[in-house]
Design a protein around this ligand. Sequence first.
Ligand code: UD1
Length: 416
Amino acid sequence: MDKLVLQGGLRLRGEIPISGAKNAALPILCASLLAADALEVDNVPALHDVATMQRLLAQMGVKVARDGGGLRLEASQVDRLEAPYDLVKTMRASILVLGPMVARFGTARVSLPGGCAIGARPVDQHIKGLQALGADIRIEHGYIVATARRLKGTRIVTDLVTVTGTENLMMAATLAEGETVIENAAREPEVVDLANCLNAMGARVNGAGTDRIVVRGVERLHGARFRVMADRVETGTFLTAVAAAGGDVVLTHAQPDTLEAVIDKLGESGARVEVHTDRIRIVARRRPRAVNLRTAPYPAFPTDMQAQFMALNAIAEGTGVVTETIFENRFMHAQELMRLGARIEIEGNTAVVKGVRNLTGATVMATDLRASASLVVAGLVADGETVIDRIYHLDRGYEALEAKLSAVGARIERRR
Ligand code: UD1
């Protein structure tokens, strides 16, 4: 199994290009199921999760071809309306095929995702919303089995803010008869990106980016060409890495307007962050100060950046209190950070991180995607060698991570 080996203590200097957003690309690839014509998607990151989604769509009969940094997906002959357990269990985002399949083909069989490392993560809101749209849904042998004639527009109020839930329902509603209103919708930028792609395909979606999305159903969608937004979590991860390790780095092809909460916190930690249209420069010269943060749905501080900030707090001056409100059990990285010398106390969904001057390199294990990213941030500052095991988690969400960090002066390599 691949490992990452880092030598800590070097400042970072130079430029890093940001890739397309994983969490925008995945639903957008699923949107191809809504039309018979080809959807051409640019700026698709080369990631394990994207490859898994390509495989799932190809199994269903979608013709998928890579061209350069893009993908062409043609769902003119979809013949297997199913997402099997072996794919869904490796990637929960597979649930995103459910809405489009029921809407266009009137039938779908999607495996229930089951538990995952960062909590129970049920999909009840996806199911409840599709039922409100008129789908008949049964759970059979671990599968969600959905059937419908044409879906009918309605008003849906989700019990909680769910990103992929909002995306699934928004996609389903594009082909429903009449108007659908989704209340308590997720406002994440990836929801807006998907809405823009759907509208490019002929859908009539309004209000994405607010908590009330209105979709006027149309008979059919057509093909389109669409460019995926920049990855705000990748951007935030590199910003945090520089804030922790020190240095002067410019991130290019970024979308700074999607990162306000993160940039605010970096400023609080003492880094200087300059924002331009599609570039962000971060200059960090001194030891960071600890920051308190609380994760919540967008535009508040993202749960996907919590682990990286815990690593930053671990070496900061002072004590930072980190509260996780989105996922239970999303502190597994704390144990591994403590193996590097961090002082962290956890009580329920709160972690109190007392900054120490130095972390010391050790062998640590990645437990999920963002936990792995926090270990990379820690490894960049720890004295000596840090070995991160099980980095397949990182390959799910970070494109060319070691190449990008090496290019700004980090000593990081992959060993097989
Ligand atoms: C998405 C992101 C993930 C991010 C998360 C929160 C993608 C592919 N993944 O995941 O990176 O960490 O948003 O920003 O975009 N919930 C229910 N019932 C449901 C759906 C969700 O109880 O039907 C709960 C979840 O267990 C969780 C909370 O709602 O506690 C938010 O989850 P959700 O926004 O749905 O996360 P994902 O869309 O899976």
